[in-house]
Design a binder for this molecule. Structure first.
Ligand code: ATP
Ligand code: MG
Length: 283
């Protein structure tokens, strides 16, 4: 039985649960439970605060975890980063009161910087040769300068709205983060096999999210043109219709190319164009 640690509540909880559901692993989002078993896959979910996830995966209490890369970096956890998940994106930045003149990273010499990420900050400042005082605060870091607790902050930024509300400006982007799937470095052969199955499903899901299934009718005299517009995984499926003047064409296209393809297909007389989302693509 594999165990995966995910955030109990907070920004990563919902999408972590959605990710498990999207790869057909059924677990209840049992927020008041500590552990919950999937009913169709040999895995159980361990619900934790995100700060604790890198550590439990490193010590094999859980074999897998879903957490922000920022937490893995902060804790310097000895875990394998198996996949970047493409959501939960944010950065950790240095910000100062908006009316201050910023001259470069030396600005921070002798300053007090409030943060929940002392590890990442200390490594950054060391690398730049800057000596500052790090004040560790676990919540509401952004109010520290106005409250007189610090001169600057080092905190998570996504849109930057919170900084503006608090009269701050972002001056150094230090660390880019997103949600990652992490694994213990010494998985048993059996657990590795289950992880491979999970990765296979995640990849299938990723591929299908980027593709659309197209069906349409094409006039017989323009069939060749349609085949040039529509490269498929192998080649499009072509089926003759009862009316000899028309063919039915089925193909898979990149979602980003969809409207461009549709325009070209309409221009050669394609009709009855249907666009379908794909649940999974097994390559
Ligand atoms: P916990 O109670 O589990 O310790 P938390 O308060 O530390 O929760 P959240 O605010 O839920 O954490 O954020 C979890 C993670 O979501 C962050 O570590 C980061 O990787 C990611 N994240 C993405 N965007 C944002 C954002 N705008 N603000 C905060 N975190 C974000
Ligand atoms: Mg936390």
């Amino acid at each position: 039985m594999l165990r995966i640690a995910i955030q109990t509540k907070g920004r990563l909880n919902e999408e972590s649960m959605e990710m498990l559901n999207s790869i057909d692993i059924n677990v209840e989002n049992a927020k008041r439970k500590f552990l919950s078993k999937a009913n169709n896959f040999p895995i159980e979910v361990l619900y934790l605060r995100d700060d604790d996830i890198p550590g439990v995966v490193a010590n094999n209490t859980a074999q897998l975890g879903i957490v922000g890369l920022n937490e893995v970096e902060e804790k310097q956890a000895d875990v394998e980063i198996v996949a970047k998940l493409g959501w939960g994106g944010c950065r950790i930045s240095l910000a100062i009161p908006k009316d201050e003149e910023y001259t470069g990273v030396e600005y921070f010499n002798g300053k007090r910087i409030a943060t929940s990420y002392p590890g990442i900050l200390e490594r950054f400042l060391d690398e730049k040769g800057v000596k500052a005082n790090i004040e560790v605060i676990t919540g509401s870091v952004e109010i520290a300068p106005a409250a007189g607790i610090a001169d600057a902050i080092f905190d998570i930024v996504s849109s930057g709205g919170t900084l503006v509300t608090n009269g701050l400006k972002e001056v150094e982007r230090v660390f880019e983060s997103e949600a990652v799937l992490i694994a213990n470095k010494n998985l048993s052969a059996e657990d590795k096999e289950l992880l491979d199955e999970i990765m296979f499903r995640i990849e299938s899901e990723k591929v299908s999210a980027k593709k659309k299934y197209l069906l349409m009718n094409v006039p017989a005299q323009n069939l060749d043109k349609a085949l040039q517009i529509l490269p498929s995984m192998r080649s499009p499926t072509v089926m003759p219709l009862a009316d000899k003047e028309w063919y039915s064409l089925h193909s898979v296209v990149d979602a980003g190319e969809l409207w461009n393809k549709v325009k070209q297909l309409k221009a050669i007389g394609a009709e009855g164009i249907l666009v379908l989302s794909l649940d999974k693509i097994i390559l």
